[in-house]
Design a protein around this ligand. Structure first.
Ligand SMILES: Nc1nc2c(c(=O)[nH]1)N[C@H]1C(S)=C(S)[C@@H](COP(=O)(O)O)O[C@H]1N2
Ligand SMILES: [Mo]
Length: 254
């Protein structure tokens, strides 16, 4: 319930969070004037929804340097191996562009140099793959929120679709998330793993880290982020490569 939420709910809930919900005290939350103002009347507040939302905003556990896995294995595509990708890799990805398209007021593209020059976040987290393995890695990248702020999401945008450079059996890999995950503080476009550039096997030069979700949501080789109102018309319509072909759940929260 309340697992994927609309922009309207998100805006209301961001204000709620700003109003102190993240301080973790339910009683203060009920009493908050900010909350009353936003909701019009406290009686109408759907507290179950707000509790679910609070849960979605929790941070994933972060680990210590000593916990980092000696080898962060590659899974799925470990090299897109197209002529275009090979050429960009040979050139140190100087020509790689992350395009923000779709429902943005200021659609724009970022080079790797531009992304590296923005404020960064580093986090040591555990990646859990549904195939039954996990690995702890130290990721550095640009908080997705900063990119969304620059490009300006349209009011009608509900989801972000990540288009990747690789194809599996001829089908382009893609993934999507809702705006709760998009604005989550640990959601970053990562270009460094364990203090080095992200290796090709792990998604060079740029991959999504969406730490409250299972491995397949963490799109590698990301070239384009498209803001959309709904997912039904994208690719197979279920919001992700594995959702379309493998019946994996669209919401893979952990
Ligand atoms: N573009 C792309 N992204 C992808 C995949 C893929 O095959 N292609 N595999 C997914 C799966 S199932 C997992 S577990 C992780 C693996 O990330 P890693 O290669 O860094 O271990 O990437 C995810 N993102
Ligand atoms: Mo996976």
């Amino acid at each position: 319930m309340a697992r994927h939420l609309t922009r309207r709910t998100l805006l209301t809930s961001s204000a709620l969070l700003a109003g102190g919900m993240l301080s973790g005290c339910g009683r203060e939350f009920h009493k908050s004037e900010t909350v009353r103002k936003i909701l019009g009347s406290a009686e109408n507040a759907n507290f179950a929804v707000q509790r679910a939302l609070g849960d979605r905003m929790q941070l994933a556990r972060e680990y210590d340097e000593a916990d980092i896995s000696p080898d962060f294995q590659g899974n799925g595509t470990t090299n897109p191996a197209t002529a275009e990708y090979d050429a960009m890799a040979a050139n140190g990805f100087a020509d790689w562009r992350l395009e923000l398209t779709g429902l943005f007021t200021r659609p724009q593209a970022f080079s790797m140099a531009q992304l590296r020059a923005m404020p960064q976040r580093t986090q040591i987290t555990r990646h859990d793959c549904v195939e039954g393995w996990s690995a702890i890695g130290k990721w550095t990248g640009v908080p997705l929120k900063l990119l969304l702020d620059k490009a300006g999401l349209e009011k009608s945008a509900n989801y972000l679709v990540f288009h990747c450079a690789d194809r599996l059996s001829g089908v382009r890999y893609y993934e999507s998330i809702d705006l709760i995950d998009a604005y989550h503080p640990q959601t970053i476009m990562a270009h460094r793993l364990n203090d080095a550039e992200v290796p090709v096997k792990n998604g060079a030069p740029l991959r999504l880290r969406v730490e409250r979700q299972l491995g397949y949501k963490h799109a590698k080789y990301v070239q384009q982020i498209e803001a959309v109102e709904s997912l039904g018309n994208m690719y197979g319509g279920k919001g992700g490569y594995w959702e379309d072909v493998g019946n994996y759940a669209w919401y893979a929260g952990i």
